[in-house]
Design a binder for this molecule. Structure first.
Ligand SMILES: [Fe+2]
Length: 281
């Protein structure tokens, strides 16, 4: 392949980026953190410029559509995390919004939603397990490497239970939206239970065509990877408790150690700086 073609491939605009306010918003609201993330993602790609990441049907599907869903085969790790959720919800938890320095977070989000119950602290051993889980899944591992064109790192892990009812009607469901994370962030969502067309876990919509449905995440214990910045999506109110795991992933140079920001945490503010643990007295 000629160098010109190789460069074209590395900076390609994916089909699922079309009709998306992400870039316009970014231009009208320049954000230092986002600029640093774009720079880091670019440098990560450059470091791996001559690396070839194997492609297959699944990676091609993701690069066209921005998502890929399957049913969990290796059940052990998600089960361990869902058991952790059960255990934490049945014990006293100290509310900590964000565990790390140099990390974005919101206090409001959590206190406003009485139909979601969260895990506020996740021990390191669970982070290592979920990191192994993602890396040992060849589909997900290849999708991320092909999309980032670099190595990757888990930057947050959130586990929560979504209840069917809410006392405050304002926040009962998560309406359709694009996430506002730095460019080249992907999320893996794992849902416990059975989901059908009438009670999907997550829906991906076409914002250009009156929010018509593109894809419903259905089936038993589905797992989906998607670019939540570039796909319009929503999660309707569940029919019964919906236990959820969310893994946030970003490009990295060499440091692949997984991070845990916290339940209402987002991503490293400055991706070039370390994220030390906050000290709580
Ligand atoms: Fe979202």
């Amino acid at each position: 392949m000629s160098l010109k073609n190789k460069i074209k491939k590395k900076i390609k605009i994916y089909p699922f980026y079309k009709f998306n306010p992400y870039f316009t918003y970014f231009v009208s609201h320049p954000n230092k953190s986002f600029i640093l993330h774009i720079l880091k993602s670019f440098l990560c790609t450059m470091i791996n410029f001559f690396n070839y990441y194997k492609k297959n049907k699944v990676t091609v599907f993701f690069c066209k559509n921005g998502f890929y869903k399957k049913i969990i085969k290796e059940k052990e790790t998600p089960e361990i995390l869902f058991n952790l959720l059960e255990k934490k919800l049945n014990s006293h938890q100290k509310i900590i919004h964000n565990h790390l320095e140099n990390f974005t977070y919101s206090k409001k989000k959590v206190s406003d939603q009485d139909n979601q119950q969260f895990v506020y602290d996740i021990e390191k051993s669970f982070l290592i397990k979920i990191d192994d889980y993602v890396r040992s899944d060849k589909d997900f591992d290849l999708i991320i490497k092909n999309y980032f064109k670099s190595e990757y790192r888990i930057v947050n892990l959130r586990i929560w239970r979504y209840l069917p009812e809410s006392k405050s009607l304002n926040n009962e469901k998560v309406g359709a939206h694009y996430d506002m994370f730095p460019h080249k962030t992907v999320k893996i969502m794992i849902y416990k239970g059975f989901f059908g067309k009438k009670n999907p876990s997550l829906e991906i919509l076409n914002a250009e065509k009156n929010e018509t449905l593109i894809f419903s995440v259905c089936g038993r214990n589905p797992i989906v990877i998607f670019d939540s910045n570039h796909l319009y999506h929503r999660a309707n109110l569940p029919k019964k408790n919906r236990d959820t795991i969310e893994i946030t992933i970003q490009p990295t140079f060499f440091d692949k150690k997984p991070l845990f920001g916290g339940f209402s945490a987002g991503y490293p503010l400055n991706p070039f700086k370390k994220n030390r643990n906050k000290i709580f007295l």
